[in-house]
Design a protein around this ligand. Structure first.
Ligand code: NAD
Length: 481
């Protein structure tokens, strides 16, 4: 079985070490690789190499547009070999191949976007008084850490690493132990590029053994963490001990709000896609449906019909719904469904499906549960599976109160033809991103993304994310008498 080495200081490290963590194809349950079990010593070595590489004259001499050109080249490489990148992501995460292809295209777009932005990150001149030229200079923070979750590894690495390299930092990626394949492929590409050793490094291993020491390392200048709320809190605490800033992209329990006047066919499609993408294992999954009382029964009946027609199967067959990552994740989702059944009414799904075509993959039929109390754990906590809970509302105020009634605030969808209602609701929603008559909006790389409340701190994507990776230095120059 192929053991993936780490990339530290330009060297491939750890292939010959005993132990490691197996990597399975979620569609079949087959082992497809293993990762090197990194250690705190590996983290120390990577941070030292990153610091040396960052400070080297070789890197400091590289012009911003040259960093941009490198990222643009990577975007071209991904596009020219889109099927290979998609197949890796599909085998690793299990997602339907067309979704994996869309992820690879999005990764190319991130590298292209930040490649183009590299020489456009500018400071200001600030008018103070005659004889004083005051300016801000944006400097890279130095060494940046990127801790990655298992559900969208390629896109999530691309969005933060693209911005960090564009602004001149040395980056260390810690991939998720279950889905390291595209991170490794990126490491191979960077290691073969002209980038000095130590500017892009990839370390692997378990969260507590590698992610923890990385977040706590005093040599790091910024931590970007994408993952669950409890881990995000522990990363933030570790970074706080060194007064290091963090960007946290955490979970969600995002609502789709359907008003009676909406184009119900479009809403039906949007609500369905929002919960089945990557089998619901998506931070921004639309996992709560809030529907106006007068159309609730009609809408639910049509939704149940649509859910029953969805195809389920291995990622490579490009079904509507792929497998669940692993047995642990599957059990957590099924426990939640069984618990919710005690007080709720199952409108669709609610059960496991035998692995289509055999094998040991774990599959769950897309599920709709109605009739829960709004404070039921299944309606409050992230399930991270294809499970939609449903509530009805009588007016916009009640819809907004329900939508805002969780600890999360990542994304929200509003479906209505009434522009006044749409804008009024959007203004009152506590969510980092609001979609009106769409959901996900094709994942535009230019749109700032991040959460209110426990969904996170800071924003990724778009120009604004470049600010995560720079320090502002103010310089005042006195001239004349
Ligand atoms: P997780 O928190 O278990 O793990 C995320 C990463 O952190 C992994 O690389 C893991 O090895 C590492 N890690 C674990 N313990 C650590 C520790 N003590 N210190 C430092 N690092 C540690 O999350 P997951 O299960 O991989 O991902 C699912 C979660 O991620 C969900 O809650 C989902 O909503 C969230 N997510 C958010 C976004 C977003 O952009 N907001 C995107 C994708 C996923």
């Amino acid at each position: 079985m192929k053991k993936l080495p780490m990339l530290i200081n330009g060297q491939w490290v750890g292939e010959d070490r005993p132990g490691g963590h197996p990597v399975y194809n979620p569609s079949t349950g087959e082992q497809i690789a293993a990762i090197t079990a990194g250690t705190k010593e590996d983290v120390d070595a990577a941070v030292a190499a990153a610091r040396a590489a960052f400070e080297s004259p070789e890197w400091q001499r590289v012009r911003p547009y040259e960093r941009g050109q490198l990222l643009t080249e990577l975007a071209r490489e991904i596009r020219s070999d889109l099927d290979r990148w998609a197949e890796l992501e599909c085998a690793d995460v299990g997602k339907p191949i067309s979704q994996a292809r869309a992820d690879a295209e999005a990764a190319a777009r991130y590298f292209e976007f930040y490649g183009g932005a590299a020489d456009k990150v500018t400071g200001d001149t600030i008018p103070i008084e005659a004889g004083l030229l005051n300016a801000t200079v944006l400097e890279p923070v130095g060494v940046t850490a990127h801790i990655i979750p298992w559900n969208y590894p390629l896109q999530i690495i691309a969005r933060s690493v693209g911005a960090a390299i564009a602004t001149g930092n040395a980056v260390i990626v810690k991939s998720a132990e279950d889905t390291p394949l595209t991170a490794h492929a990126l490491a191979e590409w960077f290691s073969a590029s002209w980038l000095p050793a130590g500017i892009f490094q990839h370390i692997t291993g378990l969260g507590q053994e590698v992610g923890g020491p990385l977040a706590a390392h005093p040599g790091i200048g910024h931590v970007t963490f994408t993952g669950s709320v409890p881990t995000g809190i522990s990363v933030m605490k570790a970074a706080a001990a060194n007064v290091v800033p963090v960007t946290l992209e955490l979970g969600g329990k995002s609502p789709n709000i359907v008003f009676a006047d909406a184009d119900l066919a479009k809403a039906l499609d949007g609500v369905t896609k929002a919960i089945i993408q990557n089998a619901g294992q998506t931070c921004s999954a639309g996992s709560r449906l809030l529907v106006e009382e007068s159309v609730k029964e009609e809408f639910l009946a049509r939704l149940a019909e649509k859910f029953a027609s969805l195809t389920i199967g291995p990622g490579k067959d490009d079904p509507d719904v792929g497998p669940i990552l692993n047995d642990k994740q599957y059990r957590q989702i099924m426990d939640r469904i069984e618990e919710a059944k005690k007080t709720g009414r199952v409108v669709a799904g609610g059960e496991a499906v035998s692995p289509p075509g055999g094998g040991n993959g774990r599959y769950i039929r897309p599920t709709i549960i109605d009739g829960l109390a709004p404070d039921d754990p299944a309606a409050q906590e992230e399930i991270f599976g294809p499970v939609l809970t449903v509530f009805s509302f009588r007016d916009e105020a009640e819809a907004v109160a329900l939508a805002n009634g969780t600890d999360y605030g990542l994304v929200a969808g509003i479906w209505t033809k009434d522009i006044d209602v749409a804008h009024a609701a959007a203004a009152r929603l506590k969510a980092g991103q609001v979609f009106i008559n769409s959901y996900g909006a094709a994942g535009g790389v230019q749109m700032p993304f991040g959460g209110y409340k426990k969904s996170g701190i800071g924003r990724e994507k778009g120009f604004v994310a470049l600010r995560n990776y720079v320090q502002i230095k103010n310089i005042a120059i006195k001239f004349g008498d």
